[in-house]
Design a protein around this ligand. Structure first.
Ligand code: XUL
Ligand code: CO
Length: 449
């Protein structure tokens, strides 16, 4: 499919910025890692193997800082490198791969429409995509940077204003199917290790014009068709659902991990999907990041992470880089407990603030994000290994390890057998403290010791 690409001129887009090195916690160099040391072992894996960082093309290379109150502020030289949109897309891609290498990220992620301009027809869009994908493939080969996941943008174009697979118009369903078919093709062409389904506008604004049952059936049908197609072409990547409760629609069908598990099981699709959990989506749903990881992990469906954070005082998806060591340590404790992310990774689905207009800001943002995850990984590994919290949790459930507790877990107990015990020797349960404040103090001690 991908034809040989014309090579773009060798220009250094981030001139003056060296490859970011690990200098350790005492370094005062803002363009150095204080914690992320790719080759350092944490347990039996290196930090690079644990963390598998990915860069989100849409934010870092298509984000302009525009918001509903004003246009973009972030001006990049490569955007005016040519009058032809496909040529600009290739130069932009060169800049992106230079950044991936300098920051030391082994992976990247994209939407089809981030990397290549949409044409006047689907055929033209596909042709543009093929040209840029061929270029990306040669850059991947030249740099060793790999594709964590690809996805399709089924939400920006006005045709998707009422959803893609949940659109009341079957014509739009068909268009979305054709677009995702192509997006899976190019993800496979680039060796993508996963493919993400985030439900763009798959939701509703008002039930006055919505048939909720038919829309959910259509969403399931769409995912089923994607599974069929992946099997047909031998796509080996993991399919991931990225839950989000609201924005852009008032009610998104993929509300949170628990809702999606119920949905996938209802339609018999659960074997084919895991989750891409985004921090800011978790908090929008009224959950902690760790909660969503636990719900996915306990179902054996923890796939990947969209690493970012929201703002405590702002009620929408602000997609900021996280420097919250405590939140990320709790998340890493759960991720390590469930054995890591497998083919997933930590994709920085995060954008610079509107006034962060320097090229260097892109480095500061990712250095902070990577360092905070690395620090969290080290802390979580130590905390899990020492086992103070896990031992406490295990002791809290110890009554289920033997006797009638074990009988409850193994299905040997009945209402009658338990009634007999309580009316007899067991009697009234004694109160056992949950020790929450003690544990919160212990966590602080562990983080800052
Ligand atoms: C939107 C979001 C998306 C997905 C990919 O909130 O997170 O960027 O990650 O479509
Ligand atoms: Co995301």
């Amino acid at each position: 499919m991908a034809k040989a690409t014309t090579t773009t001129k060798a220009v250094e887009h981030f001139a003056g910025v060296p490859k970011i090195a690990y200098e350790g916690p005492k370094s005062n160099n803002p363009l150095a890692f204080k914690h992320y040391n790719a080759s350092e072992k944490v347990g039996d894996k290196t930090m690079a193997e644990h963390l598998r960082f990915g860069i989100a093309y849409w934010h870092s290379f298509r984000g302009t800082g525009a918001d509903p109150f004003g246009p973009g502020t972030i001006v990049r030289k490569w955007e005016s490198s040519s009058k032809d949109a496909v040529s600009v897309a290739k130069v932009r891609m060169d800049a992106a791969f230079e950044f991936y290498q300098k920051i030391g990220a082994p992976f990247w992620c994209f939407h089809d429409r981030d990397i290549a301009p949409e044409g006047a027809s689907l055929a033209e869009s596909n042709k543009n995509l093929d040209a840029v994908v061929a270029h990306a493939k040669s850059l991947q080969q030249a740099t060793g940077v790999k594709l964590l996941w690809g996805t399709a943008n089924l939400f920006s174009n006005p045709r998707f204003m009422c959803g893609a697979s949940t659109n009341p118009d079957a014509h739009v369903f068909a268009y979305a199917a054709a677009q995702v078919k192509k997006a899976i093709d190019v993800t496979q062409e680039l060796g993508g290790e996963n493919y993400v389904f985030w439900g763009g506008r798959e939701g509703y604004e008002t039930l006055l014009n919505t048939n909720l049952k038919r829309e959910q059936d259509h969403l399931a049908r769409f995912l089923g068709l994607a599974v069929d197609y992946a099997k047909k072409i031998g796509f080996k990547g993991q399919f991931l659902i990225e839950p989000k409760p609201k924005e852009p629609t008032k009610h998104q069908y993929d509300f949170d991990v628990a809702t999606c598990i119920g949905f996938l099981r209802t339609y018999g699709l659960h074997k084919y999907f895991k989750f891409n959990i985004e921090t800011n989506h978790a908090t929008l749903a009224g959950h902690t990041f760790q909660h969503e990881i636990e719900v996915a992990g306990s179902a054996g469906m923890l796939g990947s992470i969209d690493a970012n954070t929201g703002d405590l005082l702002v009620g929408w998806d602000t997609d900021q880089f996280s420097t919250d060591t405590k939140e990320l340590t709790l998340a890493m404790m759960s991720i390590l407990k469930y054995g890591g992310l497998g083919s997933g990774g930590f994709n920085f689905d995060a954008k610079l603030r509107r006034p962060s207009t320097d090229l260097a800001d892109l480095f500061h943002a990712h250095i902070g994000g990577m360092d905070t995850y690395a620090q969290a990984l080290k802390l979580a590994h130590r905390i899990n290994t020492e086992g103070k919290f896990s031992n406490h949790v295990a002791a809290r459930y110890a009554t289920y390890d033997s006797g009638y507790g074990k009988d409850i877990e193994t299905g040997k107990a009945s209402f009658e057998s338990l009634e007999k015990l309580v009316l007899g020797a067991l009697g009234e349960p004694t109160l056992k403290s949950g020790k929450q404040e003690y544990l919160e103090n212990l966590l602080n001690q562990e983080l800052f010791r």
